[in-house]
Design a protein. Structure first.
Length: 427
């Protein structure tokens, strides 16, 4: 063990004690602290490769890593199948909405080996969704926050000097920006809200509105994770009801806020074509917008907030590194996930993703790039939620919105049904 300490101390200063303990906990004993690891993830290979090459793992001859890029559509099936055959990966890079449904397949690092204080001091607050009562489920790797893209030509043509900072400012924009023909068909829209099927990122936008309104959607209790979608939290009505009412009004033809309907193109495409004044999308969509329409005169700003709210909230999609419970190389896997989340490794990801970092120490120096400064600020206030099943919860929210906009049920009825279905997904 003294030889092992020398190796780990030389290569991973500051984390060797934890590494030693976890190696001792491994299901097998790696010779001389060596490990041959397989990492699965849906992030592009170039993203993983640059993180690896800029980490201390690159110089560590005892740790060998093979990355396998998987298709997001088949990841679950492949993962379950590989584990059943005993040939699964040692580490997975999971999106936040994949974490809960795979919780029984992941190794939870006890707080006695990776302290909660250390985690909170290292990573931005959005990463705390990976803290379990028993320990650390995963280490944050990437954050992709929602931002608001806005068409500068539309704004200037309507004598509007700046994009909205608060949601209530949207109403004034609709009066100036939305264009309809004699048959009330929307020709130019202010914002894509109210429907589901033709709104890019509808689930994430609705989730953000719920979080901004004051409901965490799900929460941990002594008996496990439960849905609080319809909880009132000492308010006169449930915050979720206010958020859903706000969201759906924009597709109601009888509402003064009417600016969107299901006959319009996909919101991303309508923004690209110059027919949508504001588009709520992920920071990672910047490259795609620039590539698909180089002539589009647009800018980026933070998503609007609830006026006079005590705190800002943005939805952020997060990816994290988790150790697979079935691995026989827990110690080596722990050394690897620590290496991949080192400052130099995380910082290098910006070069290929343009995304902000997940480490707090990397926010000490803000970028000068006009877009990335918005991404940085949005990442710091990003939040997510414990999503039981990404595809399943999307169906729950979609059905809820469709029930309301089609007139088949009131908001309270649709919300109650959605809460029940979300609870069932958590079982």
């Amino acid at each position: 063990m003294s030889t092992f300490k020398i190796i780990v101390t030389t290569v991973f200063v500051g984390s060797f004690v934890i590494g030693i303990i976890l190696f001792a906990m491994s299901k097998s004993t790696p010779s001389a602290g060596s490990a041959d690891l397989v990492v699965w993830g849906t992030v592009p290979r170039e993203v993983f490769d640059i993180a690896y090459k800029n980490s201390s793992l690159k110089a560590n001859k005892a740790i060998r890593i093979t990355y396998v890029e998987k298709d997001a559509l088949t990841f679950d099936t492949d993962f379950v199948g590989a584990l059943s055959e005993g040939i699964g990966p040692d580490i997975v890079i999971l999106r936040d909405d994949y974490m809960y449904k795979n919780r029984n397949k992941l190794f939870v690092i006890p707080y006695s080996y990776y302290t909660q204080r250390g985690f909170k001091d290292t990573f931005i607050e959005a990463g705390e969704m990976f803290l379990d009562p028993n320990g650390v489920v995963a280490l944050p790797f990437m954050i992709d926050p929602l931002v608001m893209y806005w068409n500068r030509d539309i704004f200037s043509s309507n004598s509007i000097s700046e994009p909205p900072k608060n949601w209530d400012q949207i109403y004034g924009l609709i009066e100036k920006v939305t264009r309809r023909d004699a048959n009330a068909n929307v020709l130019q829209s202010t914002i894509a809200l109210g429907e589901w099927r033709n709104i890019t990122n509808a689930k994430e936008i609705l989730t953000m509105l719920l979080l901004q309104a004051g409901t965490p959607i799900t929460t941990r209790t002594s008996s496990g994770v439960v849905s609080v979608l319809k909880s009132q939290f000492d308010y006169p009505i449930a915050p979720s009801q206010s958020a859903i009412s706000f969201y759906t009004q924009f597709s109601n033809p009888t509402s003064p806020s009417y600016t969107w309907n299901r006959s319009l193109p996909e919101s991303f495409n309508m923004f690209l074509s110059g027919g949508l004044a504001t588009y709520i999308g992920f920071a990672s969509e910047l490259f795609s917008i620039q590539e698909k329409n180089p002539n589009l005169n647009f800018d980026v700003t933070a998503v609007p907030q609830v006026r006079d709210s005590a705190k800002k909230v943005v939805f952020g999609r997060m990816y994290a590194l988790a150790i697979v419970k079935q691995t026989k190389q827990v110690g080596g896997a722990f050394v690897a996930v620590n290496g991949l989340t080192e400052p130099t490794s995380i910082k290098s990801l910006e070069a290929v993703t343009n995304l902000p970092p997940v480490r707090r120490d990397l926010f000490l120096e803000k970028p000068t790039d006009a877009y990335r400064i918005v991404f940085y600020d949005s990442a710091l206030v990003s939040r997510s939620w414990i999503d039981p099943n990404g595809a399943g919860s999307e169906k729950v929210f979609r059905d809820m919105i469709d029930m309301i906009t089609s007139g088949r049920g009131k908001i309270s009825e649709a919300l109650s049904l959605a809460d029940t279905e979300l609870s069932n997904l958590l079982k």
